[in-house]
Design a protein around this ligand. Structure first.
Ligand code: LLP
Length: 418
């Protein structure tokens, strides 16, 4: 896993076979740039770990929902984990297989449920009793059956940032094992509900196998109890959450991960579903940005760049670390810099106290921004969303145009004169 998409050859930097300078010449910074080969490699590596085991990898669309990326994954056999009607429509627009979709999320609206039933998705990951009743009602009114899994909250500590931990009993997600047991018994009696699987997702950026092992064990226990009640579970969805190396974190070995999960399934006839997002696309993307100003004060040095917290919220939101490389030649010695954007907030930083050599007009590369970067971006400070570019060997494709001012004010109206 995880060799960087940025390579150096004779003092030039490349993404696949494209010189980064040539990208900037055609597409002014800032931009998101992805490597198609890296996305495929990540997906295939995870696939390979589950070789010989009945499984389906459902890419978590929220990590990166660009149509080109969804389409690449669909062509390689991926299913999708969605959390909204918008994401469902994206999968359809990207020519993904709707019958390989699982629908997670605590707040599915009636419209979203209706759309998903009409499209015949693989399963709803049901997060509450009220949601189960709502799905039953809607399926019934459509004269159709809806397939469901119950999302179990196994109360295991994923040991990750509290904002992205989801499997503790105080989190809003899923239901306890006991409630899940009761809900399955209830679901069995509902004529428009088809019991398909069992589900959990304990958090994101997990770098330790233990929480996964603890969760699968709890899920299997429940599967066996349900079996005794005559309730057959066809798949176990273990969720997403595999972390990557942003800095020097240890990472999860795909083969060990697959072994831990499949060894719990044993001879049971159960398919394994996964919902990875980050580990498929994060290290396949970078942000290219230019240094506008270097501002040195008595206490601090700032490199003011043309990208900002609206393009990459992770550092301001979670204090996340992303490597930042300077790919321009510099003559200055190294200094400690805060790498900041132009937004009028102190929280608008991408990196803090980085020992680097930086001069105005230098090109910086913000690493590992292929997941939860563009998909979490905003127009704050009326900043247009950036180009998204896909490198495929020696070619550059625009997979999302940069927003224009007209895009920015689309739908807004001034009040008529009164
Ligand atoms: N399945 C469900 C139900 C999820 O809620 C998530 C992520 C995933 C799968 C995919 O998890 P992954 O494999 O990507 O860890 N914005 C945060 C991450 C939030 C993750 C939310 N749920 C960040 O930038 O770190």
């Amino acid at each position: 896993m995880s060799s960087s998409i940025l390579t150096k050859n004779n003092d030039k930097f490349f993404i696949e076979d494209v010189d980064v300078k040539s990208i900037i010449k055609k597409f002014p910074t800032p931009s998101y740039v992805y490597s198609k080969q890296k996305i495929i490699e990540n997906f295939k590596n995870l696939e390979a770990a589950f070789k010989g085991v009945d499984h389906l990898i459902c890419f978590a669309v929220k990590a990166n929902s660009n149509l080109a990326i969804l389409n690449i994954l669909a062509k390689n056999g991926a299913g999708f984990d969605i959390v909204s009607g918008g994401e469902l429509k994206r999968v359809v627009a990207a020519k993904g297989d709707v019958e390989k979709i699982v629908f997670s999320g605590v707040g599915k609206t009636s419209e979203e449920i209706k759309l998903a039933i009409e499209k015949n998705i693989l399963a709803f990951n049901v997060e509450s009793e009220d949601e189960l009743s709502r799905i039953q009602e809607i399926a019934n009114s459509l004269n159709k059956k809806a397939s469901i899994s119950i999302r179990v909250n196994p109360n295991v500590d994923a040991k990750t940032h509290p904002y992205i931990s989801t499997g503790l009993k105080e989190n809003k997600f899923g239901v306890s094992e006991e409630s899940a047991f009761d809900l399955y018994k209830k679901a069995k009696l509902l004529d428009s509900i088809e019991i398909e699987g069992i589900d959990c997702h304990i958090g994101s950026q997990i770098t330790d196998l233990k929480p996964f092992e603890d969760s699968i064990k709890k899920l299997i226990k429940l599967v066996d109890r349900l079996e005794e009640e005559g309730i057959n579970i066809r798949h176990i969805d273990i969720g997403g959450g595999i972390g990557i190396r942003y800095d020097d974190e240890k990472t999860i070995d795909f083969n060990e991960y697959a072994k831990i999960i499949s060894s719990q399934i044993k001879e049971r006839k159960i398919k394994i579903l996964l919902e990875p997002g980050r580990v498929i696309t994060a290290d396949a993307g970078v942000i290219l940005t230019k240094v506008e100003y270097v501002k040195k004060t008595k206490d601090k040095n700032f490199a003011v760049i043309d990208a900002a917290m609206n393009d990459l919220m992770r550092p301001s939101l979670y204090g996340s670390f992303h490597k930042i490389l300077n790919i321009s030649n510099t003559t200055e010695g190294k200094n400690k810099f805060d790498i900041v954007g132009p937004i009028c907030e102190t929280g608008d930083f991408i990196g803090k106290d980085r020992l680097m050599s930086i001069e105005p007009d230098n090109i910086l590369v913000i690493m590992d921004t292929g997941a939860y970067a563009m998909s979490m971006s905003s127009n704050y400070n009326s900043r247009p969303k950036l180009f998204e570019l896909m490198i495929d060997k020696d070619k550059i494709y625009i997979i999302r145009e940069k927003e224009s001012f007209d895009d920015l004010i689309k739908g807004e109206k001034i009040l008529p004169e009164s």
